[in-house]
Design a protein around this ligand. Structure first.
Ligand code: 5GP
Ligand code: ZN
Length: 114
């Protein structure tokens, strides 16, 4: 997917501040952080959104959630708390059509979100 910005980040064609990487997933700092800690975790495989998770690719979701405790510990918010957000589609404000999970932390987060 040469036009996908996150695929380009996976392929290191666009630089990013990586906090975790393995064979199947990548975590990096959001370029426009909305909290002191704002990370994006993505599958390396191009999956456009939550709507495209299926029996063939769903293992990547558990892989991402398995990595989260390790990543948040590294970021120093495991004890203080954090939020995991996945925007899907127009009404949720999804702007990049490559599945991603936001991790937000480092301050008190309002609830419910806008
Ligand atoms: P969404 O709005 O789709 O849930 O989240 C997309 C996120 O990707 C936004 O928070 C935006 O700041 C981030 N983003 C967009 N382009 C880039 C980029 O080139 N590099 C990084 N690190 N983050 C990006
Ligand atoms: Zn992509």
């Amino acid at each position: 997917m040469e036009n996908c910005i996150f695929c380009r980040i996976v392929n290191k064609q666009i630089p990013s501040k990586i906090v975790y990487e393995d064979e199947n997933i990548l975590a990096f700092h959001d370029i426009d952080s909305k909290a002191p800690v704002h990370i994006l975790i993505i599958p390396k495989e191009h999956i456009p959104s939550m709507n495209d998770i299926n029996q063939q690719n769903c293992n990547i979701v558990s892989h991402i959630f398995y990595a989260i405790p390790h990543i948040v510990e590294k970021l120093g918010v495991k004890g203080s708390g954090y939020r995991v957000v996945a925007n899907c589609g127009k009404d949720a404000g999804q702007t990049v059509d490559h599945l991603h999970f936001h991790i937000l932390g480092g301050r008190s987060l309002s609830w419910p979100p806008g």
